[in-house]
Structures are given as C-alpha cells and as structure tokens.
Design a protein around this ligand. Sequence first.
Ligand code: SF4
Length: 682
Amino acid sequence: QSKSVQAQEKIRTICSYCGVGCNLEVSVKNNEILSIRAPNDAKVNAGHTCLKGRYAWRFYNHPDRLTSPLVRKNGQLVEVSWQEAYQVIADRFNLTKSEYGPDAIAGISSARCTNEENYLMQKFMRVVIGTNNIDSCARVCHSPTAYGMQQAFGTGAATNSVEDLDYTKLIMVIGANPIAAHPVTGAKIKQKLMKGVTSIVIDPVETEIARYATYHLQLRPGTNVAVLNMMAYFIIEAGLVDQSFIENRSEGWSDYVAAIKALDIAHLEQVSGVDRELVKQAAEAYARSEAAMSFHGLGVTEHSQGSHTVMSIADLAMMTGNIGRRGVGVNPLRGQNNVQGAADMGCQPHQGAGYFPVNVQANQDYYREKYGVEVPTEIGYKIPQMYQAAQEGKLKALWIMGEDIAQSDPNHHYVIDSLSKLDFLVVQEIFLSETAKLADVVLPGASFLEKSGTFTNGERRIQAVRQVVSPVGGAKSDGQIVVDIMRAMGYQQADYDPAVMLQEISQIVPFFAGVKWDELGDSGKQWPVLPDGTDTQILHSESFKRGLGKFHYFDWRETNEVKSHAEEYPFILTTSRNLEHYNAGTMTRRTGNRDIVGEDILLINPKDAQQKNLKSEQHVRLFSARGEVKLKAQISKKVKPGILYTTFHFPEFMVNNITSSECDSETLCPEYKVVAVDVEAA
Ligand code: SF4
C-alpha cells in the first residue's frame, strides 16, 4: 500500500470498466498520474481504448473520494479510525451470528474488484461467518449466461476469443450494443461488418451495429426465444443441420427437434413482430456459413427467459457445428471488468470457488480439506432473495463491497425499503454512493489504480492489474480490508498479496492450476491454465466439460410484466447504456464525461410522439406500476412504435424507480429489458 513512484514511470495495468479488459499504460511521476495510453503491443486492445478507459484516471483522486472509514453515530456518518470501524463490524457480525445464526448475515462482492479480493470475500463469508450467502453483480447481468452455458456445455464462459473475429465468416450479435458498452470489441465488429462480413443483429433498437447488419431482426423486447426458435425451425426445415456434430457431440436432439417442428411460426412472427421471411434468410445464412460466431449481451440475459435464451443460442451453435474451432462459438460480452472472475472465485450462493456446487457432499469434503474448517452446506441467498429475507426479518446484516445496489438494482423503492429493514449495513466503496449513504459503516476502498491483483476479462483472460499510485487518503485495497476484518474476527489470514493469493487459489480452482503472478506478463493467460502454464484459447474442441453438449427446447412465454400491466401501461420500456457512461455512473460522472452526456434521455418513435403530442427536448413523465421518473424526450426512429428506450446512468433521474422485480426464471437475474410503462407530457 505504500507504493510511491517518484521518477516518471510507465506502468501497465488493466482498465476497470468493461469486460473487454483493455491493457492501459499509465504514466506516473511523483505519485501523480499524468496520462493513460493504450500500448500498441497489447493483445486485447492493440493501441486502442475508448474514452472511458483513456480518462479513467480522472476519478481516482476526485475530491469526492472516501478517505476515511465512517461510522453512523446519532444518525450521522462520522469519521473514525480503521481500528474502531473494524471493531464495530466484528462486534456486530459476532452478535448477529450468535443471536440469529450465520445465515442472518450476507455479503455482496464486486465485479469491479480483483479475483483475489473476490476470493477473499467469499472465503470470509463461508469460512469465518459460515454461510453461503454470498453473491455478486453477476446476478443482475450475466448469471443466466453462466447458468445456461453450464447446462448446455458444462462451462459458463465464452467459448472463443475476440481475435477469432479474424477467422469468422458470419457475426451474430444478440441483445448487445458493443459500440457503446464494449467499445474496443464493438469497433472490431464494426470494422468486420464494414468490410462485408455477413451479420445478423437481433435487437429491438436500431443500434449502430444494427445499421451495418446484413439482417436486423428488430424484435419486440421479451421475444428472444420466439425469434431463436423460428431460426431453429428454418434451419431444420432447410436440412442445414450438422448431422455429424449432432450425432457425435450432443444429446437431447430428438426431443428438441420434435418440439421445434411443432412450432406455430405464424404465432411467433406475430408476437415478435419480425417478418418470417427475414428470419428465414438470417437463419439459413447462419447455418450455411463455414464459421458463425455469436456474441450476446444483457439484452439476452436480463429477461424472464434469460437463461432459456442463452440455451437457445447454444442450440443454434450446436445444430450447425459452430463450436470448438476458430471463428465460431457462443461469446457473452461481459459487462464488468471482472464479472467472469467474481463467479470463477465463488461469489455466488450455489457454487464455491471453481464452480463446485456447495450442496454436494464430495464438494463439501473438498472445501473442508482445503480451508481446514467446517463449511456451510445449504445454498445461500441470491441478491433478490437477500431483499426478500430482509423484508421477512431473516437477514439482519449485509456487507456490500463495491456495488451500488440502491441505484443499479431494479425497483428502487423496494431495494431501499429492504435495506432499511436490516439491523446492520456495511458498504465498502470509493465514493459515497446511493447505497453507501444508507450504511451503518462505510469503508474507503482503493481504486484499480491503487492496488494490484488480477481481472479476468470476457474471453477468460486473467490479466495482471498493477498498482500505479498509493491509495488516496486513508483508503485501503479491498483485499486488505477483508483480511483485516477476518483477523478482527479471529481468523488468521496472510496480508493481501496477489502472488500469495493466486497460489492459494490455484490449489482450489482447477482451471487456475497453472496461474502464477510472475508468469502473467502483459497479455495474461486464458483459463483453463494447465499446471505447466499452458492456457486455452478455444473451449470444447474435442469434448464438452459435461461430456456431450445438451439441447434444450423452451416454449416462448409472454413476460408477467406485460401480461399483468399491458392494459394500464401500454408501452414497453427497454433500458441500456451509452458510450460515455458506465452503469450507475459513479466513476464516469466524475471524469468529465458528464460534460458530453449529462442526463438519461428517453427515445420515442415519431408516431407515438405524435399520438401523445410530445416534442423532442420536451420533459415527459414516464411511469409504471412501481413509480415514475421525469426525463427529456427525443423523437427517434431507432425504436419501433410502442417501444421506449433510455439509460440509467444518473441518480437524479433514478430510472430504476420504474423497473420491476420480475426475474429470470432460473437465476433471478432482473428483467430490466421489459418494463410496462406509459408516458405523458410532464
Ligand atoms: Fe475500458 Fe472497455 Fe473502454 Fe477497453 S473498451 S477502455 S476495457 S471501457
């Protein structure tokens, strides 16, 4: 923590925003950051960054940074010493545990933090507290990807690498706007499209990528499964399946194909709003391509059928043999820098580090032997279940590391109400976020520029994050904070050191077996990393982790949100991100990007604007069964009639006032993408 660079130096580290994981070269002198540039030899970004990464250093020493622990006294958060804060936390956790048991305590870890910090956080909850109540923001983004791909292939991670774009013949982008949310990968995809690579974009919004697409299937939000089932139907009808792959590498085909053949295509065409002929052309192009590569984002996962959609994408890949070689596969575009890593490290309530289910005896024996203590055996709470448990008085204490759930989770009022029912809330943050404002104890963490560790990007690449400057004020690395609290509660854990932590992780997580801090270099390694250090670019080349790949068929289902509210709230709102800002905007609102985009804007089709008598730049009231927000409208043909679109970057607009608590049926990932609303002049 005492690093202080005096002479001018250039230090290579990794961007802490999106899952592309760009390599950054930071110039520093006298412990002050001068600039960030993208190294030309960086494997991931080869001389490129987006404006978020290039100006990321501007937030690290912003005057709003938290620099001291705070404890609530007489209703006010007041500065205290680290020792006092640790004592309060240890006393309250011990008291809660003895009065209500370990399952009355929960933790939410952070995809913004390093693998080693996430590993420590889940270890704290499981080993020191004795509960599996540990989750992370993967719950609200790609948990359906992890679940769906595990069901289909056995491994919940990207099958290929972004550099496979150089080998692919067809690119399919589903529910993703990579130009805005994953700009460096988005630019690579756009270049391929501009050079004439055949492409399919499945998105309710006419994104920039959609404008370049060969086929844009502009579906109604909430109908991904309907469109993917139609594609499967037309591929099978045209006899374009890869029979050899199906026979040798998969199971479940005969049931699947029978269900697909029985589909009512006219019905699916009507509910999705996509012309069947266009779907047929896109499906046949996908199946006829020598190498088709799919990318998907939160427009796939943040739906009540999110997991079903992921498995439907896997079905298409398997039936056409687009798995296990260059330029193909199923590739989730991970939203946060280390959301892959947070799950790999076990920050989820049903699987520990390395994805071993926690409720299986053999795995409990494994973890017991590794940790040297008894481990909890019941599956813990997912984040939405934590809110429910708080409402029911079963959850009493919550520790949130680097996650602003009060702004980013859906149905804002319900989240706030649930947090208010806790006896004790600890929030570890770099700024006094909307969530931190509600805490009993606030702990100042260090930003990515002030600590070392590893992030795992969306293509399974474990990369070294290297400390550039010392933490501001009295802040500490999140890993050291977890270690200190472990010790305050009587558990002896070595100081936070990525090299030492990686050694421990490599003993527990099989696909990290050969990961060593000193051998990561500038390009990192893609897991699984074998004990001899060899890494893996393409998964499932010879066989799947589960043996055979599995086909799954799902009927398309209308979402409860539309079924319950469409009469009163006839528009469907879908939410997304823009290029200038990152999620809740905690960092990008403090890097100057606010001068470029300073508010969330509502897009509305000209026909709807005319019917509602609305004009561009006019303020409108947008309301749902949960609440309302006021936004500026912009009339745009990027959305079809009946569909509205906005972002959620600014707390003053609090778009999550109106989103619902509907969730993916398998993982409880919130359904941000389909919100029944109405709109009127403000
Ligand atoms: Fe950072 Fe993503 Fe931009 Fe790269 S593309 S600089 S990782 S935000």
